[in-house]
Design a protein. Structure first.
Length: 500
């Protein structure tokens, strides 16, 4: 049995490796805030959410597949949570000492009896799943859930449960164990085979003497050696059956483990959706485009991490950067540029793991990989200068870049003078554009931004943090040419109250 709720044809791989840029994404985009909201303190939810969000998909069909499943989850949240709770409870009960797995034993008889107990518990849970499929399947419309419920109805038919219960009853061997064997070399037993129990003779057959003759012997109550010998014969007979039954329980456990993992992603999405709705953040399902296209159009886009951390409603932004490879963001200090850049990165991750995004409308092309190059605070342990560290980090990113990747720059190459930093930034950006890298660049390097602006590049788009005439920041980004000032004087006046 397969759940296939995160992908059409394969299980979700919880052991897949994170991309090399994972630590930078966590730090620069503050992804942990998003993941904590999804997890709500649950370690399993956190593990699954972290892997799903940071190991983003670049397959358009799978992204749309997950979106449809998530829509079903949002429309049937209580049922999805019930399914998840059933999977969690099954795994927990299997692991608990109550079911006899707290102490490991290699004796076939012990393995058999413990497997019967666990399998009986699993059968009861599978019946519960089948009941949910019968009652609730019609409420789900996605391909993933319809296939999942159809699988449950097909694999868990009434005949299946009847057959399993009969096998479990026989495997308890209430009437003893029937074993056949052959004599091998040195008259040692070989080829032990567990046989089906003999048909019980009817009482009339015994009265009329028509019963099959049989031979038996009895052990003396104090014959310990004989008891051990019989026990060894019994274990040899049931060994294969015990191992087969143990494998059956492991198979069903694997199904519940996979089901828990895949539902954990959607339960995490439900948590995040509820948290963001309470914050008044608009949510919608994005429209992803193939990697080769250049799409980036949104209305009401906000930073979900900022929204989760503060009480007041966050400012959102609109922009149409379709057909653009390069977006340059300039403007006033503390005007919302970094927050906007973070909203771009986090929304891209959310879209590419099949999730909703914090916007009224959002459409973007899929990127093969997402990278960040942010300004770092001074590190006293560095063996070289801050500017060298920036260039070394840039070199590491370039080694990993592939065409149709996305790279977010924040105040990069500002550790040197404006002219040198501008020239380095210009050369790097131009080289990346030649390799079809999509770029968002927040900068105060005026020469760099202005040089690109005056070239009137068809594939470049320029945004500026809005500042009103009285110095007030609206935290809105507007289309506009770079300005030579970042209005740092406004901050000086505010800090030192110079206007008083």
């Amino acid at each position: 049995m397969k759940a296939f709720l995160l992908s059409r044809d394969r299980d979700f791989d919880l052991q897949q490796e994170f991309p090399p840029q994972q630590p930078a994404l966590m730090q620069d985009l503050e992804v942990s805030t998003l993941l904590d909201s999804m997890a709500h303190g649950d370690k399993v939810l956190l593990e699954v959410a972290t892997k799903a969000v940071l190991c983003s998909l670049n397959d358009l069909d799978t992204i749309l597949y997950r979106q449809d499943v998530l829509r079903d989850c949002l429309n049937n949240a209580s049922i999805v949570r019930d399914l998840y709770d059933i999977a969690v409870a099954s795994i927990d009960r299997k692991k608990s000492g109550f079911w006899g797995w707290g102490v490991v034993s290699n004796y076939p008889d012990a393995i058999l009896h413990r497997s019967i107990e666990v399998l009986q518990m699993f059968v009861d849970v599978l019946k519960e799943l089948r009941g949910i499929a019968d009652e609730c399947a019609d409420a789900f419309q996605s391909e993933g859930f319809r296939a999942f419920f159809a699988m449950l109805k097909r694999e868990l038919a009434d005949d299946y449960f009847k057959t399993v219960q009969e096998h479990l009853r026989q495997l308890k061997f209430r009437d003893g164990v029937l074993i056949s064997a052959q004599l091998g070399q040195g008259n040692k037993g070989t080829n032990y085979v567990l046989r089906k129990p003999l048909r019980k003779e009817k009482w009339i057959e015994r009265i009329l003497g028509e019963s099959t003759p049989s031979y038996s012997f009895h052990l003396h109550p104090r014959d310990e050696s004989g008891a051990r010998a019989l026990s060894e014969l019994n274990d040899r007979g049931i060994n294969l059956v015990a191992n087969a039954l143990a494998q059956s329980t492991d198979h069903i456990l694997s199904f519940f483990t996979t089901l828990r993992t895949e539902l954990a992603f959607y339960v995490g999405c439900l948590h995040l959706h509820e948290d963001l709705e309470r914050k008044g953040v608009p949510l919608s399902f994005p429209i992803p485009a193939p990697p080769g296209e250049r799409r980036h159009f949104f209305r009401g886009l906000s930073d979900p991490c900022l929204a989760l951390r503060q009480d007041q409603r966050v400012v959102s932004n609109d922009a149409n950067a379709d057909s653009k490879d390069l977006v340059i963001i300039t403007g006033a200090n503390q005007g919302g540029k970094s927050t906007f850049l973070r909203s771009i990165g986090v929304s891209q991750l959310m879209m590419q793991c099949g999730m909703f995004v914090p916007a009224d409308f959002f459409s973007s092309n899929i990127c093969q990989a997402l990278f960040t190059h942010y300004k770092r605070e001074e590190d006293t342990t560095m063996k070289s200068g801050k500017f060298d560290e920036e260039l070394n980090r840039m070199s590491e990113i370039v080694d990993q870049l592939t065409p149709d990747s996305m790279l977010l720059f924040s105040e990069s190459f500002a550790a040197t003078n404006d002219r040198e930093g501008s020239e380095i930034a210009r050369q790097i950006v131009c080289a990346l554009l030649e390799k079809r890298i999509k770029i968002f660049f927040v900068t105060h390097l005026y020469e760099f931004a202005d040089d690109l602006y005056v070239q009137d590049m068809a594939n470049a788009f320029f945004l500026r943090a809005e500042r009103r005439s009285d110095g007030e920041r609206t935290f809105k980004l507007i289309s506009g040419k770079p300005l030579q000032t970042s209005y740092g004087e406004d901050l000086y006046d505010k800090i030192f109250n110079r206007s008083a």
